[in-house]
Design a protein around this ligand. Sequence first.
Ligand code: PRP
Length: 183
Amino acid sequence: MDASDMQEDLVEVLITEEQIQTRLAELAKEVWEHYEGEDLLLVGVLKGAVMVMADFMRHLPGSAPMDWMAVSSYGSGTKSSGVVRILKDLDADITDKHVLIVEDIIDSGLTLSWIRANLESRSPASVEILTLLRKPDAAKVEIDTRWTGFDIANEFVVGYGLDYAEGYRNLRDVATLAPHVYS
Ligand code: PRP
């Protein structure tokens, strides 16, 4: 789905599909060099990270396995609740593995800070975070994010995996949602 298919629901396209791909390719190169020769496991957080994971891992110049977690942090609205619950845990044992969490967005940081602490308690070799988007002005907790695609303003964004009430995830770009949609 392109932004032109839903123009009336959007305010503006913030980051285009092309900009996303260019940045993911750069990040993939950096990540690959960082983990050269190590036992790397990519961990995605459902569902928002589906697009980032699919594109990021295809930019890697070699093979790396992926695994997924599902947690609940938001309801269907636009505000972070801070409540984190595991809905689906990893399939893999991450003991002694280098874990790279691949996320779509860090908003308040509450979800990732909880997930990171949870994964660190399982004796991995390391845990790092890659996120496509980060909202520095929305941070409620400090998160050490090793790789960030783009810092954005504290606005409600959809597309490229990010949803509003489970919609808009299949928009190719990242865009701001028009207030009339959610108010
Ligand atoms: C989004 C996003 C992060 C989290 C970030 O997930 O994918 O996991 O919110 O918010 P925070 O930094 O304020 O904790 P969401 O719970 O909306 O679920 P989804 O991935 O299924 O859309």
